[in-house]
Design a protein around this ligand. Structure first.
Ligand SMILES: [Ca+2]
Ligand SMILES: [Ca+2]
Length: 272
């Protein structure tokens, strides 16, 4: 090192710092209600939707709309060599009686429901800073009961590194406030015990009332155990783990969550 001048050392350090900060795979998903100008969840990145969850209240038979923006927050590699990422967006498949339609822009556009809920909808190459928008139109069933909820659960995967994800949730709650209301912005800080899986992709969300050892096993349709996704002690609160199901055949699977005090089972239908 004594043969390097101060300038050379400084440049070496600067180069290491610049390399370390370079982050080209960074999907940023955010959401808003149609009446709002700015999105919630901009520059927030997590797979639990914490700080990126929004609720709207409405009545049975109402239509509720969410706007989503998926942006590539990756940095341009250097002038003249713009980096682009192909971001894939998946949404939950729905719930009996609830009608949800997804479009590839926030007004007009084409129906992308089939794609986004099954294989995932791909943005096409997005340069650093560029974005696409999506609209979800939720029709609440006429016979929905008060406090019934529907979660528009949306997740964006980097096209280059699918394990890098960002997630937002739009929650529709029935019969609170007599018609579409202002809603609230919420974070997912539930500490009740629950287990939630989504039908078409493999996020497993659960809540713990207290810090406990958590074991999550996956079984196939015949009841044969095929994988242990998790076996560790976790803190109280809401958690999400991603089960990598890419190499498994389509079909029905059971997700079983066991703690010393609770057990729960949920089903997942893989459709790829
Ligand atoms: Ca975000
Ligand atoms: Ca951003």
């Amino acid at each position: 090192m004594r043969h390097l001048g101060k300038t050379a050392v400084f440049m070496l350090v600067a180069a290491i710092v610049a390399f370390g900060q370079y982050d080209k795979d960074k999907p940023d998903l955010m959401l808003k209600r149609p009446s709002e100008a700015t999105y919630l969840g901009d520059d927030k990145y997590n797979s639990t939707a914490i700080g990126q969850t929004m609720t709207q209240n409405a009545d049975a038979g109402d239509t509720v709309i969410y706007h989503f923006r998926v942006q590539n927050d990756g940095e341009a590699m250097e002038p003249g060599y713009p980096y682009s990422d192909d971001i894939k967006v998946k949404a939950n498949a729905g719930k009996d009686g609830w009608e949800v339609t997804y479009y590839n822009t926030i007004s007009g556009g084409s129906d992308i429901t089939d794609e986004i809920t099954k294989t995932g909808w791909t943005t096409g190459p997005l340069k650093a800073g560029a974005f696409k928008q999506i609209r979800a139109v939720v029709v609440i069933p006429d016979n929905a009961s008060e406090n019934d909820t529907f979660i528009v659960d949306m997740i964006a995967h980097s096209g280059n590194k699918p394990e890098i994800v960002d997630r937002v949730k739009g929650i529709v709650v029935v019969g609170k406030g007599g018609g579409p209301g202002p809603g609230t912005v919420e974070t997912d800080d539930r500490t009740a015990f629950y287990l939630e899986t989504t039908a078409s992709y493999s996020n497993i969300s659960f809540g713990l009332p207290s810090s406990e050892n958590v074991c999550i096993n996956i079984y196939d349709a015949t009841g044969r155990i095929i994988e242990q996704v998790l076996n560790e002690k976790l803190s109280a609160g809401a958690h999400t783990v991603t089960w990598n199901s890419a190499n498994l055949p389509n079909g029905l699977y059971f997700v079983r969550l066991l703690t010393p005090t609770h057990t729960a089972t949920s089903t997942v239908v893989l459709v790829k």
